[in-house]
Design a protein around this ligand. Structure first.
Ligand SMILES: C[S@@+](CC[C@H](N)C(=O)[O-])C[C@H]1O[C@@H](n2cnc3c(N)ncnc32)[C@H](O)[C@@H]1O
Ligand SMILES: [Zn+2]
Length: 507
């Protein structure tokens, strides 16, 4: 059967084939069990992570196996977030299967600034407590899953993440809420998880008062989360965590720029860098929404995977930092001919001693026509132009996964993805080698020679987790096209070009 599927898609793209391979592998890993005690006729039990969840078999809408990676990664992120938050309160979390490792000093009061704070481990060991999975911790995280469907994600939090105080699994479909209630019982997590039947927006707007806010809000909708963002940024506590999925990739990747603008306040572009641009559009939307309420975001991890994107951001309150937000967003000028792109920040922030002067950005950074191919530019954005990830946090999640490699069904993929993320440059967007070569109709240079050419010319370079053949670099487009020109000349000249660029970079 599997062979037949691959045969069927043999003529399609490698990405599609690898997606199908992934899907078949995933569906084979799930245990679809036969009738069990509290199972009703026609129902299926699906086990994912430590949760076994009842599903009406006829309604596969409730369960999406491809999102296992999304749920695994969220459990991993939540665990590290809980570890950080509770360490401050003198509480250590116990993660099943985790090997002992050296404790890490964390800056918990961080609102984007560097600098360590005293680790509460200084507290005498006797005054420290531990908290285990499944136990409700009064000082622990208050979690809301706004769009919970079967409750699988919330139940997994309860059974896999230590350091939680409570989890609300909410949905506005009555049949979903009935299922959530049964699944809570079936998994014996009534002490931690409560089902809720409400429009997620109303629920969040009702929890805006400081004492009522959530530490973590997870939004995992069908399609766009745009309509939930305003309520979410107001009902998460200071320093709290928002976990947001978008599956409306066509909109975010430039198929309907005007729809993207209506939803996220940014124009998307059909381009090679569309997956990273999608992440940056979502971060722009989250920051802009937060700014309305004197709040701003600090991204922890931003991932593009399969057919969706997922971001984990902290939301902080602070008027001075909010003023910086204009200078954290950029417009994108993208040549429709050769794909060259230029960025232009919306604002400028210049430090004068202890003060910061804010002004409008300067531009445009390009002429009417592209300097390389004379074609016109399309303008996209504004998008988030700062870091997509907090590398220190990413490293914490990665190290925890390496210490506990059997924790999740998709641990290997988490480690692979986060390893690339830790190396990723914080420079927005990328070029792809196949696009560069197809523009000038030549063979595609290998990643290694292209990378060395940039490094030898004195520029930074990295891969991107969001696209296989991508090159992120701080080199200006003129250098990239110079290298491509050298690539099409005999290789001797390529070598000379590298040396010349290297000399130029030094002098
Ligand atoms: C993609 S499913 C959620 C999947 C779930 N998070 C998981 O990981 O298994 C989206 C759910 O959102 C619910 N939903 C859509 N709009 C909603 C709203 N305004 N308020 C609450 N729930 C909503 C739908 O009923 C559906 O069950
Ligand atoms: Zn051009």
């Amino acid at each position: 059967m599997r062979a037949a599927i691959f045969q069927l898609f043999a003529s399609h793209s490698p990405a599609l084939c690898s997606g199908i391979r992934q899907l078949t592998r995933i569906s084979c890993r799930f245990r679809m069990e036969g009738p069990a005690a509290s199972q009703q006729s026609g129902e299926t039990i699906i086990t994912e992570g430590k949760a076994s969840v009842l599903y009406p078999s006829a309604n596969q809408v409730f369960y999406n196996p491809v999102q296992e990676f999304n749920r695994d990664l969220t459990c991993a992120v939540l665990t590290e977030f809980a570890r950080m938050q509770l360490a401050e309160k003198g509480i250590d979390i116990v993660v099943p299967g985790e090997r002992e490792s050296k404790k890490v000093v964390v800056n918990l009061s961080d609102n984007g600034d560097d600098g360590d704070v005293p680790f509460p481990e200084n507290a005498a060991p006797s005054s420290r407590r531990t908290v285990t999975v499944g136990e409700s911790c009064p000082e622990g995280l208050r979690v809301l899953e706004g769009l919970a469907a079967s409750g699988l994600r919330s139940i997994r939090f309860a059974k896999e993440v230590p350091g939680l105080q409570s989890v609300i699994a909410n949905d506005f479909s009555s049949s979903a809420v009935e299922l959530i209630k049964r699944n809570i019982k079936y998994n014996d997590v009534e002490n931690l998880v409560t089902a809720s039947y409400s429009d997620a927006r109303l629920l969040m707007y009702n929890r805006m008062a400081k004492q009522d806010r959530f530490d973590v809000i997870d939004l995992d909708p069908y399609g766009s989360p745009a309509m939930f963002l305003d309520a979410a940024v107001q009902s998460v506590c200071d320093g709290g965590l928002l976990c947001v999925t978008c599956t409306d990739m066509a909109v975010l990747a430039g198929n309907n720029g005007e729809t993207c603008y209506a939803k996220y306040g940014a124009m998307s572009l059909k381009s090679r860098f569309c997956h990273e641009m999608a992440l940056r559009i979502l971060l722009h939307a989250l920051d802009l929404r937060s700014n309305c309420y004197q709040r701003y975001i600090v991204p922890l991890i931003s991932i593009s995977a399969d057919f969706y994107i997922r971001v984990f951001v902290r939301v902080f309150t602070g008027q001075a930092k909010v003023k910086m937000s204009a200078s954290k967003q950029t417009l994108v000028y993208n040549c429709v001919g050769c794909g060259t792109f230029h960025l232009q920040r919306m604002g400028r922030a210049i430090a004068h001693g202890n003060n910061v002067k804010h002004s409008a950005g300067c531009g445009p950074p390009v002429g009417m026509n592209c300097e390389f191919c004379r074609q016109r530019h399309q303008v996209g954005g504004p998008i988030w132009a700062e870091a997509l990830h907090d590398k220190e946090f990413v490293q914490r999640v990665l190290s925890a996964s390496e210490r506990n490699p059997k924790r999740f069904g998709t641990s290997e993929r988490i480690e692979g993805m986060l390893s690339v993320v830790t190396e990723e440059l914080d420079i927005p967007l990328y070029y792809t080698l196949d696009n560069l070569s197809s523009t000038i109709r030549c063979s595609t240079p290998g990643l290694l020679p292209f990378r060395s050419a940039l490094l030898h010319a004195g520029y930074k370079v990295s891969l991107s987790h969001a696209c296989q053949n991508a090159i992120k670099t701080d080199a200006p487009p003129s250098v990239i096209w110079d290298i491509m020109r050298c690539w099409v000349s005999p290789h001797f000249f390529f070598y000379v070009c590298i040396c010349e660029s290297f000399k130029l970079a030094i002098h």
